[in-house]
Structure formats: structure tokens, C-alpha cells
Ligand binder design. Structure first.
Ligand code: BV8
Ligand code: ZN
Length: 244
């Protein structure tokens, strides 16, 4: 399968990669819906929503700080680094991530579309002013906005919240122009992100899925690679570098 994928990929010019929590699993970041997943103890509706934050700001704030703590101790894995190299292999390369863990940027990826925001960023609930990154935030006291005194919240997209219009538009534009689309480590459940690979397929891209489990996307992909992304991606990049 690797040789077939290399053969197809080498003739492609516009490559788009969509990643989900699975790309960070080998770094030790729990996925959302896996058995050891973040949601194992909670349900998405309980915590990653505006309603949850309004009802229990303290619990939501502490959950995000627990995740920030956890993410601050992990490193990118070979899958992240292979994606960095892909930027130099394809004429046009776009990385779209659903993850908020910042590991792609830390690994060195440049052109990243962060669909759901970034867990290390905060903003004001009231005036949306970004909260300065260098301000120390205590794990259990929610800071007040220096500009208007409003409550600070994590700058991520919660369930039920709209994604940034320009961000999602750019993601769909790139997906519709791709001739190669890799869906990596995502259960392809969360919308509208899960529609991006479908859009690419509709626009005649070759669609490749890399996941340790089948997903709702698997039945429409051209190649399904049932391997951990941290193992398959470095082999793919090594193979492409040899022939390009
Ligand atoms: C919106 C930030 C609309 C917060 C997240 C249709 C259209 C529009 C909306 C909806 C719709 N249908 C339903 C909705 C509502 C909702 C939704 O999609 N719900 C789902 C549960 C059905 N969507 C929304 O609310 C979105 N908003 O569109 O609003 C709207 C319209 C009008 C007016 C107002 C609003 C907002 C969605 C964004 C939510 N925020 N994150 C935070 O992180 O705290 S989503 C969250 O899930 C993460 O970002 C995560 O990345 C994302 C997706 O999950 P995955 O990444 O796929 O992770 P998962 O664990 O599920 O899967 C991991 C995969 O990896 C598995 O398949 C596993 O097998 C695999 N894997 C594991 N290890 C490896 C591996 N693969 C390879 N290698 C390995 N080693
Ligand atoms: Zn404010």
C-alpha cells in the first residue's frame, strides 16, 4: 500500500492535510473519543460548551488548565515532523488541524489553519480582547479582562459556536482545490471539519485516510492506511523524498 500511495502522491501538486486528535496520540495527548479519551470522564456537552462555562466556569476553567498542563509536558511525535517535511515536498501544501494543542506549530509547521483555536490562547468573554499570553494564569482563579473587566475564557471553538468564517472558508477553498487530501487521526465526526475531506473527494482529489480505526469516512476513501500516523507518515515522506 505504501508504494501505491507514494506513486499517486508524487504526481500531486496541491496537498491538503487534515489532522485530528489521533496525530497527537503518540505524543501522549488523550484523544477525544478513544477509550482513554478526554471525554472518557466527561461528555463534550458537559465541558466544551458556552453553557457549561456559564453554568460552571470554575470546572471548565480547571479542565482546560489540566489539559494545558498535560500538553505543556508533551512533545511533537514523528507524525508531526513528517508533516513539517511535507511542506517542502509539495508545490502547494496546506495543513488544517482540528487540534488545539499547538504541537504542529511547535514541530515547525508554518502554514497552519487552526479550525478550533488554540488551548494556550485566552480571550475576553465580553469584548473578545485577546488575553496577553505572557500573563500568568492561575489554575483555579479565572482572570478578569484588563480592558473591560469581563471574564476570560479559553480561545477555542466550543460546541455550538461558529468557527471563524474566514478560517473555515479558507479550509474549504483549499480542500476543493486539492488533488491530494490526507485525513489523519480524526474520527470524522465533528462538523464542519468532517465535511472537508468530502469536499476534496467531490472535487476529484485522491483521498487517503490514516487511522488505527475505521471511521465514517473510510467507505469513501481511495486508500485506507490502518497504521499509527507516527509510523506511516515518516515512511511516506522518506519514500517521496527519494523520488522527488
Ligand atoms: C458549528 C475545541 C454550528 C474545544 C472542538 C453539522 C453542521 C454544523 C454543526 C454540526 C453539525 N452536526 C452537529 C453539529 C454540532 C457540532 C458537532 O459536530 N457535533 C458532533 C459531536 C456531532 N459542531 C459544532 O458545534 C461546531 N460548531 O458548526 O456550529 C452553528 C451554526 C449556527 C449557529 C451556531 C453554530 C463546532 C465544533 C468545534 C468543537 N470544538 N475542540 C476543545 O478542544 O476543548 S472539537 C474536538 O473534537 C477537538 O477539536 C477534536 O479535534 C475534534 C474532533 O475530534 P477528533 O480530532 O476526530 O478526535 P477523536 O478522539 O474523535 O478521534 C481521534 C481519532 O484518531 C480516532 O478515529 C482514532 O481512531 C484515531 N487515532 C488514535 N490514535 C491514532 C489515531 N489515528 C492515527 N494514528 C494514531 N496513533
Ligand atoms: Zn474584555
Amino acid at each position: 500500500m505504501l508504494d501505491q500511495v507514494i506513486k499517486v502522491a508524487r504526481d500531486c501538486e496541491r496537498c491538503v492535510v487534515l489532522t485530528g486528535a489521533g496525530i497527537s496520540a503518540e505524543s501522549g495527548v488523550p484523544t477525544f473519543r478513544g477509550k482513554e479519551g478526554l471525554w472518557g470522564k466527561f461528555r463534550p456537552e458537559e465541558l466544551a460548551t458556552m453553557e457549561a462555562f456559564m453554568a460552571n466556569p470554575q470546572i471548565v476553567w480547571e479542565w482546560y488548565n489540566w489539559r494545558r498542563e498535560l500538553i505543556s509536558e508533551v512533545k511533537p511525535n514523528p507524525g508531526h515532523y513528517a508533516i513539517v517535511e511535507m511542506e517542502n515536498i509539495f508545490d502547494h501544501f496546506t495543513l488544517i488541524t482540528q487540534n488545539v494543542d499547538d504541537l504542529h506549530r511547535i514541530a515547525g509547521s508554518k502554514n497552519i489553519i487552526e479550525l478550533h483555536g488554540n488551548i494556550n490562547k485566552n480571550k475576553c468573554l465580553k469584548c473578545s480582547e485577546p488575553f496577553p499570553d505572557d500573563q500568568i494564569i492561575s489554575p483555579d482563579v479565572i482572570p478578569a479582562c484588563p480592558k473591560c473587566g469581563g471574564q476570560i475564557r479559553p480561545d477555542v471553538v466550543w460546541f455550538g459556536e461558529m468557527l471563524n468564517a474566514d478560517t473555515i472558508q479558507k479550509a474549504f477553498d483549499e480542500s476543493s482545490k486539492a488533488d491530494l487530501f490526507l485525513s489523519i487521526g480524526t474520527s470524522a465526526i465533528v462538523q464542519p471539519a468532517a465535511s472537508l475531506p468530502v469536499e476534496a473527494k467531490r472535487s476529484q482529489a485522491t483521498l487517503i485516510e490514516i487511522n488505527v480505526n475505521n471511521t465514517s469516512l473510510t467507505s469513501i476513501v481511495d486508500f485506507f492506511i490502518a497504521e499509527p500516523s507516527g509510523e506511516f507518515l515518516p515512511k511516506l515522506v522518506e519514500g517521496l523524498k527519494k523520488i522527488i
